[in-house]
Design a protein around this ligand. Structure first.
Ligand code: 8X3
Length: 259
């Protein structure tokens, strides 16, 4: 463990026994950042993980949480992050995303690899690394942010829809494998949320990214953060299994009403 990680572990271990602890991945922007703020407002000590450390540290300072570097595509980075968390009540698997829009025949293997690494293997690594502390704390919750792409397929989206399906299947399987243990599992599957999501998908092309949300009112990160906060504030015998949430103007991944 680096000095950062050891210091974080000591700090987290020294928190008052009744302080609830949450981990949010991909917390430097968008849904992750809003979720970290929401959980902090509920009294959680939030450990925020992401690659962009400057943004992360500013956020941790603002919410009185702890920032730790995290690249969910890197097994060692995940292991070091998880080893720094001595106890935990809520894990929010938010890190993920899409890259590119191509047909299966034109698939770019690097884009596929990135999508499977961030969405699927990233979730797998964080769940495996943190499940022991979620269970030993006696009241755990795993929230995984999937997508409407975990339910649907669409042309030129297979790299992303296949990764989101796989991430969701991994999450839903845990609900059965941990039945009887003190841990809950909530999948939140959003439709259009205006964040950096489309900017990443279209490799920084602003025009393409904003055209996704043109003529309708998309959700914002806070809309999803409040749902995570709602799930996390239910009494521990209540498990919200699955929440699909879309803008009123969005019917499905491929059909929306635009004005
Ligand atoms: C992305 C959902 O509806 O913007 O996860 O394609 S949508």
């Amino acid at each position: 463990m680096s000095t950062d990680h050891s210091a974080a572990r000591e700090r987290l271990a020294a928190l008052p026994a009744d302080t609830r602890v949450a981990v949010v991945t991909g917390a430097s922007s968008g849904i992750g950042e809003a979720t970290a703020r929401e959980l902090a407002a509920q009294g959680f000590h939030v450990v925020v993980g992401a690659r962009r450390l400057d943004r992360l540290e500013a956020l941790a300072q603002e919410i009185g949480g702890t920032a730790l570097p995290l690249d969910v595509t890197d097994a060692d980075s995940c292991a070091a992050f998880c080893a720094a968390v001595p106890r935990l009540h809520v894990l929010v698997n938010n890190a993920g995303g899409a890259k590119g829009t191509t047909t299966v025949m034109d698939a770019d293997e690097d884009q596929w690899r990135w999508m499977w690494e961030t969405n699927v293997l990233g979730t797998l690594r964080m769940v495996r690394g943190l499940m022991p502390v979620l269970i030993s704390t006696g009241d755990g919750l795993v929230v995984t942010i999937t997508s409407v792409a975990a339910f649907e397929t669409y042309d030129k989206g297979s790299g992303y829809t296949s990764a989101k399906h796989a991430q969701a299947v991994l999450h839903r399987t845990l609900r059965g494998e941990f039945l009887g243990e003190p841990v809950r599992f909530t999948e939140i599957a959003p439709g259009m949320v205006e964040t950096e999501f489309s900017l990443v998908r279209f490799d920084g092309d602003d025009d393409k990214a904003s055209s996704v949300y043109q003529g309708l009112t998309p959700m914002v990160a806070q809309d999803i953060a409040e749902i995570v906060g709602f799930a996390a504030s239910r009494p521990s015998h209540v498990n919200l299994d699955q929440i699909v949430v879309k803008p009123r103007d969005q019917h499905s991944a491929t059909r929306a009403h635009r004005r």
